[in-house]
Design a protein around this ligand. Sequence first.
Ligand code: PEP
Ligand code: MG
Length: 800
Amino acid sequence: MVGIVVVSHSRRLAEGVAELATQMTQGKVNLAIAAGIDDPENPIGTDAIAVMGAIEQVCDAQGVVVLMDLGSALLSTEMALELLDESIRDKVTLVAAPIVEGTMAASVAAAAGLPMATVVEEARQALSVKQAHLGESVAMAAEAEAATPNAALANDAQTFEWHVKNPHGLHARPAAAIVGALADVDGDVWLQKGDQRVSARSLNSIAKLGVRCDDDITFVATGAQAANAVERFRQLAQTHFGEADAVARGVTADVQPEASTTLDAPAVAGAVSGLSVNEGIVSAPAVLFTHSMPAVPERDARDAASEIEHVKRAIDTVAAHLDQQAKRPHGDIFAAHSMMLRDPELWQAVQARIQVGAIAERAWADALQALADDFRAAESQYMREREADVQDIARQVMMEMTGEPAAAVAIEQPSILLARDLMPSDVAGLDTAKVLGICLSEGGKTSHSAILARAMGIPALVKARGCLEQVTPGQMVTLDGFAGLLWFAPSAAVSAQLAAQRDAWQTEQHQAKQRALQHASTTDGISVSVLANIGGPDDVRKALDSGAEGVGLFRTEFLFQRSDSLPTEQEQFDVYCDIAAALGDQPLTIRSLDVGGDKPLAAFPMPSEDNPFLGVRGVRLCLKHPELLVTQLRAILRAHQQHRNIQLMIPMVARVDEVRQVKALLQREADALGLDASTLPVGIMIEVPAAVLNADALAAEVDFFSIGTNDLTQYVMAADRGNTELTDLINYFDPAVLRAIEMTCAAGGKAGIPVSMCGEMAGDPKATQQLLNIGLRKFSASASLLPALKAQIRQTAVMK
Ligand code: PEP
Ligand code: MG
């Protein structure tokens, strides 16, 4: 007989439902309940282990149907499925029917000896009798069903299949990209892996779906905008959900592969062993950092609406703060946290707890604990390490609700920070001038605190078990990020050796920095300019510290992508002036807005195109919608009035006519502002083959060229730059691409205008020799690549 399991937050409710079912079937039903939790003070809740036990209790060859009440009942049941033996799991069907009606219908069918499919169908149809009686339309029932994961799909569902190539699968960042892209689509959107289907609007559910590299997934959309949703998903999938570069390289940009998660290093007297996540060797006094989750207050519950308002206000405050942090460098972690906080399913789970009597803090703590447990039980190490992210947002909202102040470490002098684990929010707030090293007793190579420590260049260890117990605050310690050791009591001989190593490392660091700051020339004395590509004001400091001699490409998209509204002229003017001032006399090349194609703009939705890379991108979009460009041109003209180091660069130019149109707009706006446009240098990106072939004519119109090898390679080779199936073709060393570069340099040389390169190839030391031979003398690349690029130039002789 098909078994029935009833999962409910309330034991009394489940017992009542069971009693009714037993009565209706004259005791024939094989039914078990999993309801409430084993906490006399707080018995309302669900427990995955109890659900698992109930399923095991009633499961026989015919299988089990599970009916759940709301919120976390679903999550606990899904968790229970994961815990169950595969042979049982395959026999379980979760039914999204209302718990009372569904249980009655399923019990009666099961007790009659009907097969699984009929029992499930009976449960699903359980509401129809009541609905027919009350005259509600069947369409409403269908709608309700479509809104529930694991429900049967509507007939109009559209699907798209994808083979996931992201090295870490669909972890928080790609999941955030999916949720973001589908946020305003009307209709239901799902992501399916095997027979598991989750809402594609829930970051946490996508993450928990556990999609790994090489998994096949299906995107499903229903409703009036299903086709649009599928198209958006398809476009996003083709850029690997924002991780195209990582997919091409086979690792995520900021995550190094985990060498080992268990430490079996031999014990070292006077030191604690850990796992190095960033090399370097530093000595300083230890500062211990601890933080804890504020306790759930002892108070009576107010009415549900007030409790819900209390937690909602705290979530909104924390999310607003995270959105601010998301705009800083490495901010995508905070953007993902903000999205986690706003997850509709999480919100549902919190509300469900409040509805059954929990106070806001308890509801929040329990819902987040359940989520953290899910991550802890994940298959992949990477997903397991996301538990810290859940704890981080949980704590921030709890602090907001309880008014408990953040545990701040007072770091008065250069120190080495010791902690159990650091939340991303803790690391982001650190004064890097004072934190010389980080040593965590927990954490992992891919935990966000490790990623941030690396990004900030701080030597760091994780999994240094025992460091907190063995070191006292203020004690002098040496963190050896090469050997993965934290020394707290080295012998005199070891001390001397560490000091020598540390001095050598510091000298090497200092020299590398000094070398990077000096201008580079080839061995045969040819001077080469090295500039930086930046994405916003926050990148300028690092660019200058890395030896940039100006900015060869300022991708202004960030100004347009950071909010739902377009930036005003004044906002743009302020940013351009700030950056130009920070650069002193060195050039600031401002690229006009380059969106469309692979770069959508929330503040300016564009219709989807069949071939977005061949569509309304860059200057094409700006000329079709001059209001976008005109505001930017005015801001640039005004900023240039005060900072003569500013120059304008136009992307995606294919024809002379496009340049003339932009220049005409520039002239018109300069006249309107009473400014002189002729002093503003105007250049173009050479990234479309037509521009290469017509470079002579274009050179006559502009003041400089900058070769964008990312797009140039894609268009010369007719190979989508984000498509990892085509990595052989997306190769800037291909003779056709090299020939295009050569032609551009020749045309620039003939016209007497400077030619630079700002695509990825410029920063690749393996390309330096060839580019210098071709005649390139100006390179622009990401700040982190500049020291190595300069070093390469210094050891290269130009072959003439
Ligand atoms: C390029 O295409 O090479 C380039 C620098 O522009 P982006 O990568 O921003 O398209
Ligand atoms: Mg480009």
